[in-house]
Write a protein that binds this ligand. Structure first.
Ligand SMILES: [Zn+2]
Length: 236
């Protein structure tokens, strides 16, 4: 379907060659900021709740790790999209924020796995993933620093590997409660990638991608709260 010839066409610009950056319309810029900005306060409140529900030191530390990753994803993304919208002419500044936005994603993925890797019983091999995810995040961030936007397909591959590899390890958990919800969340992230790649083809494609990320993160938060932090979880 070609949206350009419909009444929605005015909400988006034309597609650009892979070497160039897509220029969102004013509407799209606003939607990009709003769709992640809206989640900053809830993610901070949600993480604080997990912290207060913690009944031991390790759980509290994990709540911090997870909360920091979750909130910084939405904060950094909103900052980048705001700069890109209002200060897009400052190319170096925008570029810097874009790099930070991309780096934070790796730490967000590591942080999303941290509660499961830290708080669930894992086999001797699988438990190594507790620190391996953070090494992976650092390697990913370093890659962004040196090769930002140079090989887009490699970037997408890195994110997908980082997103999927620890999940395979989680399958070795003795207690598999929550795995189903985790995969539903993962499914939303994967579906979102379709829109991530649709700038200039679908109006508000990037904002729709943001919504998929927020839904995926929301499902994962709920699963973490329910199975690892809520009072029910500690009774089981
Ligand atoms: Zn974005």
């Amino acid at each position: 379907m070609d949206f350009r010839n419909t009444k929605y066409g005015r909400f988006m610009n034309t597609r650009v060659p892979p070497s160039k950056r897509y220029q969102p319309t004013e509407y799209e810029h606003a939607a990009n900021c709003a769709t992640h900005g809206l989640w900053i306060i809830p993610s901070i409140l949600g993480s604080t709740l997990l912290y207060f529900l913690s009944d031991d030191h390790w759980k509290a530390t994990t709540a911090w790790m997870y909360g920091a990753g979750l909130s910084s994803l939405f904060i950094m993304s909103t900052m980048f999209h705001t700069i890109s919208w209002k200060k897009g002419h400052l190319r170096m500044v925008e570029q810097g924020f874009h790099m930070c936005d991309r780096m934070v994603i790796y730490f967000f993925i590591a942080a999303s796995y941290a509660p499961w890797l830290n708080l669930r019983e894992l086999g001797p091999w699988a438990s190594q993933m507790r620190w391996v995810v953070w090494i992976m995040a650092c390697v990913g961030a370093t890659y962004v620093f040196f090769f930002h936007e140079r090989y887009k397909i490699v970037e997408l591959l890195c994110y997908t590997t980082m997103g999927v590899l620890p999940a395979l390890v989680l399958l070795s958990m003795a207690d598999r409660n929550g795995v189903l919800e985790l995969s539903v969340g993962g499914f939303f992230y994967c579906l979102g990638i379709v829109f991530f790649k649709s700038d200039g083809l679908v109006p508000f494609a990037h904002a729709i991608w943001h919504i998929f990320v927020a839904v995926g993160a929301g499902i994962h938060y709920y699963t973490i709260w329910k199975y690892l932090y809520s009072t029910e979880s500690s009774q089981s």
